[in-house]
Design a protein around this ligand. Structure first.
Ligand code: ADP
Ligand code: MG
Ligand code: MG
Length: 309
């Protein structure tokens, strides 16, 4: 690596994927920092163009359009890679993180826009089109078949962590290893800053009067915090999270704050979502089976019972 003494700190903030991305790294010159950071943000833009379910014509939306047609979709290496990782993580979490949760997420987005609560038959229909096992991947030719009609892939719970990992790879290709990216709460952390043991990461637990802040010193890992209550839907006094249970089709009403430290940002992002769905008890069981994963500070505060029509 570079001589630590010749390195300077560079920091950038940009909006992407609906969040603020904060990038910090150490580089030997302004010109290298500029090309590296420009390339990093260009990479995020590229990933968004392929993987966003908000963009008409994104690669993932074109894939979803083939659901239930029997058509084989030939995916880019990027799309295929994140699908493989997603399917693997869905399996590891008993489907609590499920990359095919799209139909449920779409149903709720519509309900929030028009301020109604989806009825049982709508929930049932959406749930029937969810199931990571219905995603068939063939690595020989990177082709994908979505086995059931109305299936829809949603990378919302893994995409930012994946993007953060990818950005660190881009920086590495410029010779920059001492880097850190916060993708709106999904972090990927590289080598330590010069003369330091790691990056200082603040994690808060609890809420209201009991909020506590913990400072961790970390390197070469991913960190994700889920269960932030700032994205939610209130209906008749009940707060529904933007994280939904693939099992019930309903937004979570027990709000668990979960911080996961994992070998990569991709793993941390998906697992933090999964542990929110699983809750403390089931989450602990799943966490035990995972290697190299640390789950931190599970904190639950149940709101009132969910409203079912
Ligand atoms: P954040 O957006 O704060 O990073 P998450 O990583 O949990 O939070 O991502 C939430 C998004 O993931 C939702 O907006 C939705 O698009 C999608 N999603 C919601 N519930 C699930 C789930 N159980 N499994 C997979 N994806 C989900
Ligand atoms: Mg997530
Ligand atoms: Mg996330």
């Amino acid at each position: 690596g570079q001589q630590p003494s010749s390195l300077r700190r560079y920091a950038y903030a940009r909006n992407a994927m609906g969040s603020e991305f904060n990038l910090v790294f150490y580089a030997p010159s302004d010109s290298l920092a500029k090309v590296a950071s420009d390339s990093a943000f260009a990479r995020i833009q590229l990933l968004n163009n392929l993987l966003s379910d908000y963009l008409d014509g994104s690669e993932v939306n074109r894939l979803s359009e083939t659901a239930g047609t029997g058509q084989r979709f030939y995916a880019s290496a990027i799309l295929f890679d994140i699908l493989e990782k997603s399917k693997h993580l869905s399996g590891k979490t008993n489907g609590a993180f499920d990359v095919t949760v799209g139909p449920i997420v779409q149903l709720w987005r519509r309900a929030i826009r028009r301020n109604y609560f989806p009825d049982k038959s709508q929930l049932k229909e959406a749930r029937a089109a969810v199931g990571y096992r219905l995603v068939q991947l063939r690595s020989e030719d990177r082709s994908v078949v979505l086995k059931r009609k109305k299936m829809r892939i949603d990378f919302g719970a893994i995409g930012k962590g994946y993007a953060a990992d990818d950005v660190l790879k881009v920086l590495k290709s410029f010779g920059i290893d001492r880097a850190f990216l916060d993708a709106g709460g999904d972090l990927t952390i590289g080598d330590a800053p010069p003369e330091k043991d790691g990056w200082r990461i603040e994690v808060s637990s609890g809420g209201g009067d009991t909020t506590a802040t913990h400072v961790l010193t970390l390197k070469n890992c991913g960190v994700a915090t889920s269960g932030s209550t700032y994205r939610h839907f209130d209906y008749k006094g009940v707060r529904y999270s933007h994280i939904v249970s693939p099992y019930t089709g309903v937004g979570l009403t027990t709000h668990t704050r979960t911080t996961v430290i994992a070998p990569t940002g991709t793993d941390a992002d998906a697992l933090a979502t999964a542990f929110s769905v699983l809750g403390i008890e089931k989450g602990k069981k799943v966490a035990k089976r995972l290697k190299g994963i640390e789950v931190w500070l599970l904190e639950q505060n149940a709101s009132k019972k969910a409203h079912y029509k």
